[in-house]
Design a binder for this molecule. Structure first.
Ligand code: GRF
Length: 222
């Protein structure tokens, strides 16, 4: 891979994760450049964010294609044309196929608003609230052909409070998404990441010993 690492960001919506990547690059905290931002929705606000930063954008409309594979084939053409090395799904509301994955083997990342394998699919925050978990979080993982399933690169835990709504929990989760996605991509940019089956090996990682998040965190039970 080259330095800085050439990213292709795929999105369908507001693009706060894209913004976090842009801000981290501008601040010198992420050794990457965003080669292109691709949306399957022409009205995605993420495209506006990209254009405001002067980034290349492309819109590939899924209804124009007869199959998911044909759609992914066009995505691959666009990503290759912009020299993309690593693909970051950032709120991209389409299932990807082997066509994209074979073109970028072990080079497609996704971010999910829960601690996978808990609460895959849509509405991670809603699922966490409905289940009554006290800790949820975010997951950055490599993408495989199953939804929200591939090897896990970074996770961050987020407490769930009893007065949380989907919106308040979403805000707390997004703050961690924005940190976790930058961290995950920086680890790849530094060449520190290897996939070993389901496990991702990160060289030079020194986990904080016995870091614990307890919720509720009650010092004195009375
Ligand atoms: C994030 O919550 C992410 O976990 C999910 O889609 C959302 C995208 O948010 N995959 P944004 O468009 O980056 O604000």
């Amino acid at each position: 891979m080259t330095k800085p690492l050439a990213l292709g960001v795929l999105l369908s919506g507001s693009g706060t994760n894209l913004q976090a990547l842009i801000d981290a690059i501008d601040a010198g905290r992420l050794d990457a450049r965003i080669a292109v931002v691709v949306s399957n929705r022409p009205d995605a606000y993420g495209l506006t964010r990209a254009r405001a930063r002067g980034l290349a954008t492309e819109t590939v409309l899924h209804p124009d294609f007869a199959s998911r594979e044909a759609f992914d084939g066009r995505l691959v053409e666009v990503l290759h044309a912009h020299g993309v090395e690593l693909v970051a799904l950032a709120g991209f509301m389409r299932l990807v196929t082997h066509v994209l994955l074979n073109a970028f083997p072990e080079r497609v990342l996704n971010i999910h608003p829960a601690l996978l394998p808990a609460f895959p699919g849509l509405h991670g925050e809603r699922q966490a609230l409905a289940h009554g978990v006290r800790i949820t979080g975010v997951t950055v993982h490599f993408v495989d052909e199953q939804t929200d399933h591939g090897p896990i690169l970074v996770q961050a835990a987020v407490p769930v409070f009893s007065d949380d709504t989907e919106e308040t929990l979403h805000v707390r989760i997004q703050r961690q998404e924005h940190r976790a996605y930058v961290q995950a991509i920086q680890l790849i940019a530094e060449g520190r990441v290897q996939i070993d089956g389901r496990r991702v090996v990160i060289s030079g990682a020194r986990p904080r010993a016995e870091a614990v998040l307890t919720n509720p965190d009650i010092d004195d039970p009375r």
